[in-house]
Design a protein around this ligand. Structure first.
Ligand SMILES: Nc1ncnc2c1ncn2[C@@H]1O[C@H](COP(=O)(O)OP(=O)(O)OP(=O)(O)O)[C@@H](O)[C@H]1O
Length: 716
């Protein structure tokens, strides 16, 4: 093993030319064709992440410089401090190592590499979805820094590997809402609908347009995903594995579609792809090969075969060139030994056959024609002269590369263009539509979701049934001394049931939508505030219908009060308590991302708040008593009881209000005494209702802030 490593480095230093420039035939001849397009360049992009190592020692520990010297495989670097710690250490893992390249308007650049080589990470960096430690990304020669990157987002479409949607929406709905949100407000509504129709026909989605996305096949979902991004007429289209899960015919037609978008509309297309056919491989305009975060080739696919031949790694005749590239990049010592063994056997067989047949074809091709003791991916990583590409990219920067005289044709064209007209994205606003438009579209979309998840037939039956059961159990209570505690328990049950129901129902509201929101927000579709308000405004009325049905049944059956005004007011109190419970659920759901933790927190806190409401324990210790002022149960209960017990209570000899009835000359217990002494109600109706409003609004606002603080991770 040691010998092999030494010989690797020796062989490499002997075999690889000191400088490997972009292969011939790879000039920028296409650049002037689409000078109005976006020329995306990146140079020396370095991205690292900190990861935990539990002292397993399974990680490779050396630096790039060290590896360049020793040819040891590496994708991680260690700080010396980390090395000295035996147990859990933090290490820095290199995900992209000085990656450089460009994607030109009118061209399809295909990025290939083994799984985990850094393709998605590169797209994430280029789309502004993730940070990187070093390097420059520019559009038409201008560096993209934070602010500009955000602006460019609205001109960049990023089709992610995962198809993320609200699956209850139909294909048509999904595209229409996207069009209404992301197409500029200068376009009329009809034009936006026409655009949706165009995309549906372009992507052959007509047959499934009215189907919910959840019913679509993988390929159809992928096309909806692409259609969603194409709608905005982006200048730069980034696609992560758009052909995964598609059959070969669909994959070919998708790549053809991308090519035609690039050629006919001057779009800049950068896509990653797995295992294209030989024919497809050759049809790509440009190829970027990545291995363990290192660019190992950038140029045309055809020139890549010459390059491999120069590296003594020629693709065997008749072998799929893309497969050959991938084989080279995944091969390790073990697979090499196996292959060498196979080759030797095959050579021996062929030699024997050749001798028998007098045929001189015995020199069977060694499966990949490479030096037997080199690991090809290391050879290729070391051989590629990334610096040459990086310098070329830097030279194209308007505000200063190392040598401005080395500008490419395109950058010259773009410089002139930019000087005259300013940048194509200078006048681009982050959001294409106004806050009000976003709010109205989102509320419409959100209502569809709320109706399908909350306002279901089953939920309605449940509410009416519980109302009927409660009505029967508390059946026709007379308004006398005997039923004071029954009336109070009716309200206790009602508040407890509905507040818990709304709390736990709302807990899931944001977590289930979070992934879609992060995706849509990453493409600057709308303000978070527009989403948040639309979501809460659409969920609330739908959620209130159910307790209203319950109140309609139970209140009259139980004979809580015969006055319609009291019914309306106590129903209002119940509904306010439902909204308060919803707010607390939203707050916990928005602040704690792990569902099991959120559920635990909500269960403990809601039970605590209910007990603190004073229903079960009369003598709450003073050091926790203050917490009852956070209890929506308390305010709803206290408010409702004051509405009902606004008249003196007739004594009926049952002795339930003994202390109040015994001393009474009128035969009535005074309402104020019943409320304060027997029921322990505090504060006026206005105070209790006011406090309910506070609990409705404050936790909601904090939930919004919590949601705002959440950023999509690298992988979201
Ligand atoms: N935030 C992160 N934390 C830790 N590791 C990460 C992070 N992001 C990426 N990686 C690692 O970086 C490497 C490159 O990941 P990336 O998703 O870019 O690969 P890929 O080439 O797109 O793979 P695939 O083809 O399987 O999608 C992987 O080993 C991945 O585990």
């Amino acid at each position: 093993m040691k010998e092999e490593t030494t010989s690797d480095s020796t062989d490499l230093s002997n075999n690889v030319p000191a400088s490997t420039s972009i292969p011939s035939g790879d000039n920028n001849d296409n650049n002037n064709k689409h000078s109005g397009g976006f020329y995306l360049r990146w140079s020396r992009i370095r991205k690292t992440v900190d990861v935990q190592d539990n002292g397993g020692g399974g990680l490779m520990r050396s630096s790039i410089a060290g590896r360049r010297a020793s040819s040891a495989p590496l994708s991680r670097t260690f700080s010396s401090a980390a090395l000295s710690t035996a147990t859990t250490t933090k290490e820095t893992k290199d995900i992209l190592c000085e990656a450089s390249g460009y994607a030109a308007p009118g061209e399809v650049l295909v990025c290939m590499g083994p799984s985990g080589s850094g393709k998605t990470s590169l797209l994430n960096c280029l789309s502004g979805r993730t940070s990187y430690q070093e390097g420059t990304i520019s559009i038409n020669g201008e560096r993209l820094t934070g602010h500009k990157m955000k602006k460019v987002l609205s001109k960049t479409a990023y089709v992610k590997q995962a198809d993320i949607f609200f699956e209850h929406l139909t294909v048509q709905d999904q595209l229409t809402y996207t069009a209404l949100l992301r197409l500029p407000s200068t376009m009329k509504r009809d034009q936006k609908h026409d655009e949706v129709a165009r995309i549906i026909s372009l992507l052959r989605l007509g047959k499934v347009a009215e189907n919910p996305i959840s019913m679509c096949s993988g390929g159809e979902k992928k096309r909806v995903n692409i259609g969603t991004e194409l709608l905005t007429d982006p200048m730069v289209l980034l696609l992560d594995e758009p052909t995964s899960g598609l059959d070969s015919t669909s994959a070919v037609s998708l790549i053809r579609l991308l090519s035609s978008l690039a050629r006919d509309q001057g779009k800049t297309v950068l896509t990653t792809i797995h295992q294209p056919s030989s024919q497809l491989f050759r049809s790509f305009d440009r190829l970027l090969m990545i291995s363990e975060g290192h660019v190992v080739y950038f140029g045309t696919p055809v020139a890549s075969l010459d390059y491999l031949r120069n590296q003594n790694l020629a693709c065997p005749e008749g072998y799929n060139a893309a497969d050959h590239w991938m084989d080279l990049l995944v091969m390790d010592h073990e697979t090499m030994k196996e292959r060498e063994g196979d080759d030797e056997n095959q050579n021996n067989n062929n030699n024997e056959q050749g001798q028998e047949q007098g045929d001189d074809n015995g020199s069977t091709h060694s499966s990949h024609g490479h030096g037997r003791r080199q690991i090809p991916r290391l050879q290729l990583q070391l051989a590629w002269d990334n610096e040459a590409v990086a310098e070329e990219m830097d030279a194209a920067l308007i505000d200063g590369g190392d040598d401005k005289s080395v500008n490419t044709d395109a950058s010259d064209a773009n410089n002139n263009n930019n000087n005259k007209k300013g940048h194509a994205y200078d006048d681009v606003k982050k959001y294409n539509t106004s806050w009000a438009t976003q709010f109205s579209v989102l509320i419409h979309r959100s209502l569809k979701g709320s109706r399908s998840s909350i306002f279901t037939t089953l939920n309605m039956i449940k509410s009416v049934a519980i109302g009927l059961v409660v009505g029967l159990i508390w059946w026709r209570m007379p308004y006398t001394e005997r039923t004071v505690s029954d009336r109070s328990s009716y309200f206790f049950f009602t508040m407890a049931f509905w507040v818990f129901d709304s709390m736990f129902g709302a807990l899931m509201a944001f977590p289930t939508e979070k992934v879609v929101i992060l995706k849509e927000r990453a493409s600057a579709s709308y303000h978070l505030s527009a989403y948040f308000l639309a979501k809460t405004c659409s969920d609330a009325p739908v959620r209130l219908v159910l307790p209203f049905l319950y109140m309609c049944c139970s209140f009259w059956m139980a004979g809580v009060d015969e006055r319609f005004g009291v019914f309306l007011a106590s129903t209002g109190c119940t509904l306010l308590s439902v909204l308060a419970g919803e707010s607390l659920g939203l707050l916990v759901g928005a602040s704690i991302s792990e569902m099991d933790k959120a559920m635990t927190v909500l269960t403990v806190s809601s039970l605590g708040l209910m007990l603190l409401g004073g229903f079960f324990v009369e003598n709450i210790p003073s050091f926790v008593k203050w917490a009852k002022y956070f209890s929506p149960f308390k305010y709803a209960f206290d408010g409702s009881l004051q509405l009902v017990f606004d008249r003196d209570v007739p004594c009926d000899g049952s002795g339930k209000l003994e202390n109040l009835c015994n001393g009474s000359d009128t035969g009535y217990a005074k309402a104020s005494d019943v409320i304060s002494q027997t029921l322990g109600v505090q504060g006026s109706i206005a105070f209790n209702v006011g406090m309910l409003f506070v609990i409705v609004l404050v936790p909601r606002y904090v939930a919004y802030l919590a949601l705002r603080a959440q950023k999509g991770g690298d992988r979201s």
